[in-house]
Structure formats: C-alpha cells, structure tokens
Design a protein around this ligand. Structure first.
Ligand code: SF4
Ligand code: SF4
Length: 438
C-alpha cells in the first residue's frame, strides 16, 4: 500500500482550531479524543514510540471519521487520509484484533447484513411486519426490545416509520428529448433498504428535469462500511463489482449518488483505490464519474415556477457531503428556490449527528450522546421537519428525536424538490404538499 499519511500528519501545527468542531472532543473534553490528539497518537504508533494497546485503540476507534476537522484546519491536514490508511495498516498487521467495530453481532450485521439489500430486507421483515400492524408500539411498551441482543436491538431502534409500499425502480427511465443528459443512478444498500422513497424522489426529480436514467438492477455496495473498518480486500471486491455493474463502453458520463456516505466513498475512489493499488482503469473511472445528486441537479435547468411548500425546515449538512465531498451550497440553493420553504438556522448545524456508518452499532454510548446533542438543537430550532442527505443520518436523527419525545419527520432534500416539481409528495402533520395537493 502506498503511504500518503506521514506528510499530511506532519503538516499539523498543533493550533487546536479543529478541537471545537470535533464531536468526540466536545463530548469528552479529552485531548486524546480530538483530531490533534489522534494525529499525535497515530504518528507515535507509526514511529514505534507508542504501543497500540487497548486504551490507544479505543481513542482511535471512537473517531467518527466525520472529517469536520479537515474543513476546519488552516494547515490543510487531510485527516481522513491519515486515519483511513492507518486503520487498514493496523488491520493488516493485527488481523485478530479487528477493533470494537467488528466484534460480535454488530460486526456480523455490518459485514454480512447491511451491504446486502436482500439480506437486510429479510432481517428487517419481522420488525417491519410488526410496525405495520402496530405491534412495534406494543412491544416497546412491554420493553420487549430489551430482550434482543444489542446489535439487533440497535438495528431495530434505528428503524424509521415504515415507508410506503413502493414499486421497484425500472432499469431505464427514458427522457422525451433525444439529446437529454444520460445518468446512472446508484441506489446504495442501506438507502434502498431503509428509505427507498429517497431514490424514487431523486429519479422523479431527474426525470422531471429531462434526464434519461439508467438503473442497473444488479448493483452492490459502495464498499464504505468495509473500507472504514479497515477491510481493504472486501472494499476492493465491492469496487470491482460496481465497476462491472456500472461500466461498459456506453456507460453514462455521470453516476448519481443519493446518500452522502456512499457518495463520499465513490468520490474518494480515485485516490483511495490508487493508495490501495486497486488502480484498474475501470475502478478509477467509476470514481471519476460519481457526483452527488445536489451538485448535479444544481447544474440543470429548472422550471421558473415550483409549487409552494410553506414549511419551516432544519437542514442537516451530512458530514460526508459537506466535509468529504465539499458539497455545501448546492442543497441550500436548491431548497431556497422552493416558494414558501424556510430553512431555519440552528446551533452547531455542522456538527456530526453520531451516525457515521456503523458507528451507531459499534460505539452506542458516544453515538447516543452526540446524536442527542444534535437532536436538542434541531428541536430548539422550531422546525416542522428535518432534511438530510444521508440515510444513516436520517435514521439516527429520527431515533434521537423520538427518544427525546419530538418525533419530527425527516426527509431527503430530493423529497422536497420532487414535491415542489409536482412529481412527489410530502406529508407533514397531516398536510400533504406536492403531487396530491394540486
Ligand atoms: S486544525 Fe489542523 S493544524 Fe491545527 S491542530 Fe487541528 S489538525 Fe493540527
Ligand atoms: S474525523 Fe470527526 S471525530 Fe474524528 S477527529 Fe476529526 S472531527 Fe473528530
């Protein structure tokens, strides 16, 4: 593996600007739980000045890899480029000690269930059935979930209200104009399993804006869960499979991602794959074609008149959108074009929600603490709904809002845009906006 980490870590001038954006430092006040502290620990381990014992490993495992420290750093330290290769190297050197994230049922869920949509659906089926007939509330009242193993309990706690029954997306949605932009749509594993309405809203918006959309029916995982856990071989296998599924001579130029976590993995792929020496052309090309839905949609021509959506919403800028992909303004600009929609400000808006992929399973206590901090700010904003562009964040925010007794609805911005275009609907507090409101 090529090693880009030492030069970037050496750029740290210990100014501490990153401390105040780091959720684990804010939660604990411990220097070892801060970006600066972790950079110090990783360098010391790499230079054999420090043993990677359980205490040191725990400080590093607690990092959400939210990369808020990167955009805050005046010295340009690319923290993710230090942490991620470090995790892979440690995993290769100590294969039997895979870290907290990989142990027990939580590890099984991350490795075997979540990256596979069909398996996730099968695992969720009993919980979904119980939700639909109202047994979920009864089981909750009887405290039955407490009897489940922890990993499974966390997964069921994350379940949002059941989505409407939806038809599978077709293989191709053809625009009426022959010179329409052609795009491919990446569905993601968790997104399609937990919030399938997001991909339908994205497809509806792109279709309404005149795109032809290719949706390969066999499409796998982006490899992010494996990569962030240091399982380089599993991640590489996922990228090669995706390159086959989305490749080919006639592949559309743009590969649209709808979840910030998957988008960030694919966006970083040219660099990451090269570092791991998975530098086949097909894999590198896959990464170069990936573009976030908002970044792409902001470049299209929009109709002059959109339907009014008179709602106060709080927008959560998902870390892997704003810090990793640097897509900050486009979602806000798109939402600002919707008449009547008000994006309300709130405290610490760019602080991570504590979901961070599998973190919610592997670090439940810290994840709860960070998530509830975010949820309190969202509640205080007075918003009627929350918008976020990452499935993990949506589930985490919903769970924390429910836990605090304020079950605000959470949507992907594409759902609002689809409603404003009249090709989707939004239901908030008994009111329907969009398609059915016309
Ligand atoms: S902001 Fe950058 S330079 Fe300053 S302590 Fe953090 S990582 Fe180091
Ligand atoms: S990636 Fe996030 S959690 Fe990790 S050190 Fe940086 S700011 Fe803190």
């Amino acid at each position: 593996m090529r090693d880009p980490q030492v030069p970037s870590a050496l750029d740290c001038m210990h100014c501490g600007f990153c401390q105040q954006v780091c959720p684990t430092y804010l939660a604990t006040g411990d220097e070892n739980e801060s970006p600066r502290g972790r950079l110090f620990l990783m360098r010391a381990v790499e230079e054999n000045r420090l043993k990677l014992d359980d205490a040191v490993a725990a400080h590093l495992d607690h990092c959400l890899d939210c990369r808020a420290c990167e955009t805050a750093c005046p010295s340009g330290v690319e923290y993710g480029r230090v942490l991620e290769p470090f995790r892979i190297r440690q995993r290769a050197q100590r294969p039997d000690d895979a870290g907290a994230a990989s142990r027990g049922l939580s590890g099984y869920v991350q490795r075997q269930i979540l990256p596979d949509r069909a398996r996730t659906r099968r695992w969720l089926a009993p919980a979904r059935a119980a939700q639909r007939v109202g047994l979920g509330k009864l089981a909750g009242a009887l405290r039955l979930p407490k009897l489940l193993p922890r990993g499974l309990r966390r997964l069921t706690e994350q379940l949002p209200p059941p989505p409407p029954k939806l038809e599978p997306l077709p293989e191709r949605i053809v625009a009426s104009s022959a010179d329409a932009p052609r795009v491919a749509l990446f569905l993601g594993c968790a997104g399609e399993s937990f919030t399938p309405q997001t991909n339908r809203a994205v497809a509806a918006v792109l279709q309404a804006l005149g795109c032809t959309i290719e949706i390969p029916q066999e499409q796998g995982c982006c490899g992010a869960l494996a990569y962030h856990e240091g399982r380089a071989e599993d991640a590489s296998a996922a990228w090669r499979a995706l390159a086959r599924q989305f490749g080919g001579e006639d592949a559309p130029q743009h590969l649209i991602t709808t979840a910030a976590g998957c988008g960030s993995m694919l966006h970083d792929l040219p660099r990451v794959a090269e570092e791991l020496q998975v530098d086949e052309d097909t894999v590198l090309r896959l990464g170069r074609r990936a573009i976030d839905f908002h970044a792409f949609a902001a470049k299209l021509d929009w109709p002059n008149h959109l339907q009014a959506i008179p709602l106060r919403v709080a927008y959560d800028p998902a870390c892997h959108l704003v810090h990793a992909q640097r897509v900050r303004d486009e979602p806000l600009a798109l939402l600002a074009s919707v008449p009547g929609l008000e994006c309300v400000p709130y405290e610490e808006a760019e602080l991570c929600c504590g979901a961070a992929g599998s973190y919610v399973l592997s670090q439940p206590e810290l994840s709860d603490q960070i998530g509830e901090r975010k949820a309190r700010h969202l509640i205080a904003s007075g918003a009627q709904a929350v918008l976020t562009a990452n499935v993990g964040c949506a589930l985490q925010i919903q769970r924390c809002l429910r836990k605090l007794g304020h079950p605000l609805p959470v949507f992907h911005p594409a759902e609002v845009l689809a409603a404003a275009l009249g090709v989707g609907e939004l239901r908030v507090a008994g009111q329907v906006y969009g398609r059915e409101a016309r």
